[in-house]
Design a binder for this molecule. Structure first.
Ligand SMILES: Nc1ncnc2c1ncn2[C@@H]1O[C@H](COP(=O)(O)OP(=O)(O)OP(=O)(O)O)[C@@H](O)[C@H]1O
Length: 293
């Protein structure tokens, strides 16, 4: 299976939100990372076929998804950034309603709801009203909704917002197990959510996909650019406004600062191996914009 964005653009009034995006995806987990306002949700809505490109096209196995229509949408599971629930709905009502909209058969729906409720840890909560769910529970219910009909293409817009650390790990395991022979696109601000499950990571900014690389390729980009520097708290206060700092640990009154820099920033700086988060900061906060184009 192949899903291809071919020179896709979108404007809101005079603002170019997506600029000539071309990218080809196959099976596997794709991560979509980028700063606020980069255009991630806009791209995702187009892939879910809830928003049309102004120009360009999206092709599923060579056919424009607009001309495939319902048949394409039936292959897609979509978790939007904002989920809305009818306030009197229980978790089960919501999943049954979503299954009916997807045209799922009733006896299969019942079985599938039980299975998914268990997977997302809501098996004891389906009778409760969704409005009484915590933010994390609502997110998990949304994830179950997106997985209902075993979609070939699963599109998740910030699926881990509001999940606690244990729920995040569980979520990652569900997605890893699910992605075999399917396409999963996952947008997030949380680098660690995709670091170990995405086979390819797209980095997006100002409506452009700057890179489509593996985690290892990004880490290579930031090689020799991550340093640990020990300094006093006073020095850190002065230094931090002119530096890209990925982390600070206070140890017995001394600050251990993780600095992103092409050159050794201080004589006592010790080079260390980059993580994907360091690479993200290096690309978006350290490299001058023209170097990313
Ligand atoms: N319906 C709309 N009308 C006008 N402008 C919009 C609309 N939707 C999005 N935008 C603008 O388009 C740009 C891209 O928005 P989008 O939501 O796609 O970015 P994003 O990368 O998903 O951001 P975030 O990470 O904050 O969710 C932003 O500048 C946003 O303000």
């Amino acid at each position: 299976m192949e899903l291809k964005f071919e020179r896709v653009s979108k404007n809101y009034k005079d603002k170019k939100v997506l600029k000539d995006i071309s990218v080809t995806m196959g099976t596997g987990v794709y991560g979509l990372l980028g700063p606020n306002g980069a255009g991630k949700t806009t791209m995702i809505k187009m892939m879910a076929d809830v928003l049309r490109p102004d120009s360009g096209q999206i092709l599923y196995d060579g056919r424009n998804i607009r001309s495939i229509g319902d048949e394409y949408r039936a292959k897609v599971g979509y978790l939007p950034q904002e989920i809305s629930f009818y306030s009197n709905f229980t978790g089960r009502d919501y999943l049954e309603y979503s299954a009916a909209l997807k045209g799922m058969e009733k006896s299969y729906t019942k079985k599938r709801i039980e299975e998914l409720a268990y997977h997302v840890g809501l098996q004891n909560d389906l009778k409760r009203q969704c409005r009484a769910y915590s933010g994390g529970m609502q997110r998990r219910l949304g994830i179950a909704q997106a997985l209902l009909d075993n979609p070939e293409i699963l599109i998740l817009d910030e699926p881990t917002a509001g999940l606690d650390p244990l729920e995040r790990v569980k979520f990652r395991n569900i997605i890893s197990a699910y992605s075999n022979d399917r396409l999963v696109l996952l947008s997030t601000h949380i680098v660690s959510d995709i670091e170990h499950i995405a086979s390819k990571i797209m980095m997006m900014e100002y409506g452009v996909i700057r890179y489509v690389n593996t985690r290892e390729e990004y880490i290579k980009m930031a090689k020799n650019c991550v340093w640990i520097v020990k300094m006093s708290a006073e020095k850190l206060v002065k230094y931090q406004n002119n530096a890209v700092i990925s982390n600070v640990i206070a140890k017995e009154g001394v600050m251990e600062v993780r600095v992103i820099d092409d050159e050794k920033p201080f004589a006592n700086a010790v080079q260390t191996a980059p993580t994907l988060e360091d690479a993200y900061l290096y690309i978006f906060n350290y490299l001058p914009e023209k170097a990313r184009r």
